[in-house]
Design a protein around this ligand. Structure first.
Ligand SMILES: *[C@@H]1O[C@H](CO)[C@@H](O)[C@H](O)[C@H]1NC(C)=O
Ligand SMILES: *[C@@H]1O[C@H](CO)[C@@H](O)[C@H](O)[C@H]1NC(C)=O
Ligand SMILES: *[C@@H]1O[C@H](CO)[C@@H](O)[C@H](O)[C@H]1NC(C)=O
Ligand SMILES: *[C@@H]1O[C@H](CO)[C@@H](O)[C@H](O)[C@H]1NC(C)=O
Length: 410
């Protein structure tokens, strides 16, 4: 009987774990103190992530995750885009970095470059689509195009307007460059990837932007004056701004995935909001929102497809302190703050206190980190919060007028 109870207990736990299984995690490795990839497998499982995004195609990681059922987006750094203009190079890249690991490691997508368009480097931008096409052609040649998509993550700064969400629009100067990319994504049934950080909006304007609104805490929210939809968190507003921008260029059918979002647990003095408490609220609430399996106000029937940034704090990332403190975990595998995950001590040993400690940090030089990813705060943050203030003033005025009308009618 006791055994039966234990079995029930495990079944119950296994089932409840299934509900939180649709979150993705970014596994960045710009650090010299991270655990070896085989130790990372249980860590990824302990947070219920079933998707991992890499910034390269690290063979150690791809081997460690063989036969785990974890789906992978692998990356190609911006510095390789010019070489990938050559179809032969593209084909050999796909052979050795994708084909070699399939089907044991579930590589489902290739992210070509990272935030390329917001570097404003026309040479680099010009290399992007041909590189994506060459990779796709290589996949076709190897008969892998049905299982592996080709895409590229963008910074939210590709938007000229992101507020209110229904007014979302791409930067005018990027339209000529982005339209053919959208066309490619649409024809190859690939998703549109965006890196969205409400943290930057808050950091850039902490006096005007409501912290509760950016942290998914209870708040009154805002009404989109364009379509009367109600938003109670900024991430959803950002996602719907992207959908609106896609719609304006005629690509309303593309699916948006959030290839990065997160919140730092530490920052410099001029980085308001970066704290363990806020990181816990942001990522904890984000997990709950994803678990609700409903979409955004404008796209209620579309899955939220979100990759949290990031698995680990990465000590070698340049830039402000926040850049090195986005991790859910410290390099030793212990939680960076309490999200209810016990790091490597939980996972498969549910119910028993069987702390698995990681071996001492092994020194691992970053392989080929994509420089597009080195600093995530560049090219971001400035997006149109001026417009937000104007909108807020307008909203307040409208509400005052409404109130006056009501009062005078009574
Ligand atoms: C762009 O490419 C041209 C021709 O190869 C080169 O002369 C120029 O310096 C490049 N510009 C940048 C910004 O890299
Ligand atoms: C996810 O949703 C399920 C079912 O609604 C619930 O049992 C579980 O506690 C939720 N998990 C989290 C982390 O919110
Ligand atoms: C597990 O064991 C460790 C070390 O013995 C102890 O510090 C910790 O409090 C225990 N945790 C639980 C949940 O019992
Ligand atoms: C790129 O160009 C846009 C539009 O001209 C400008 O707003 C932005 O600051 C530039 N970004 C960088 C990183 O230079």
């Amino acid at each position: 009987m006791a055994h039966f109870t234990i079995i029930l207990f495990f079944l119950f736990h296994a089932n409840s774990a299934l509900f939180v299984s649709s979150i993705g995690i970014n596994y960045g490795q710009i650090a010299n103190n991270l655990p070896p990839p085989d130790k990372v497998v249980p860590l990824v499982k302990s947070i219920g992530a079933d998707k991992v995004k890499l910034y390269d195609a690290d063979p150690k990681v791809l081997k460690a995750f063989a036969n785990t059922n974890v789906k992978f987006i692998i990356g190609i750094g911006n510095e390789y885009l010019s070489k990938l203009q050559d179809p032969i190079v593209a084909q050999s890249w796909v052979k050795s970095n994708v084909q070699a690991y399939l089907p044991a490691t579930k590589i489902t997508s290739i992210a070509v470059g990272n935030e390329v368009l917001t570097y404003n480097d026309t040479n680099l931008s010009g290399c992007l689509l041909p590189a994506m096409q060459n990779i796709h052609t290589a996949l076709i040649n190897l008969k892998l195009d049905q299982q592996v998509t080709v895409t590229t993550p963008h910074s939210l700064a590709v938007l000229e307007t992101s507020y209110p969400p229904s007014a979302g629009a791409f930067r005018d100067d990027l339209k000529d460059c982005i339209s053919p990319i959208l066309d490619f994504l649409s024809k190859t049934c690939s998703p549109f990837l965006i890196n969205a950080y409400p943290f930057f909006a808050y950091k850039g304007n902490s006096k005007e932007v409501s912290l509760d609104f950016v942290l998914f805490q209870p708040n009154d929210g805002i009404i989109d004056s364009g379509n009367s939809l109600h938003y109670d968190n900024m991430l959803f507003a950002q996602i719907d701004a992207v959908y609106a921008a896609l719609d304006k260029l005629g690509f309303e059918k593309l699916r948006v995935q959030i290839s990065e979002t997160g919140w730092p647990s530490k920052g410099d003095d001029d980085e308001p909001g970066a704290s363990p408490e806020n990181a816990k609220k942001y990522n904890g609430n984000l997990l709950k929102v994803v678990n609700q399996t409903k979409g955004t106000p404008a796209m209620p029937n579309y899955d939220l497809n979100i990759f949290v940034f990031a698995l680990f704090n990465e000590n070698l990332k340049p830039g402000p302190t926040s850049e090195r403190n986005y991790g859910l975990f410290k390099p030793d595998g212990s939680p960076a703050y309490n999200l209810g995950f016990s790091g490597l001590s939980s996972g498969e040993n549910s119910g028993r206190n069987h702390s698995v400690t990681l071996s001492p940090p092994s020194v691992m030089l970053p392989g080929n980190p994509s420089d597009g990813y080195l600093t995530i705060s560049s090219a971001r943050g400035r997006f149109v919060w001026k417009n937000d203030i104007i909108m807020r003033i307008r909203l307040m005025l409208m509400m005052m007028v409404l109130l006056m009308v009501m009062v005078y009618n009574v």
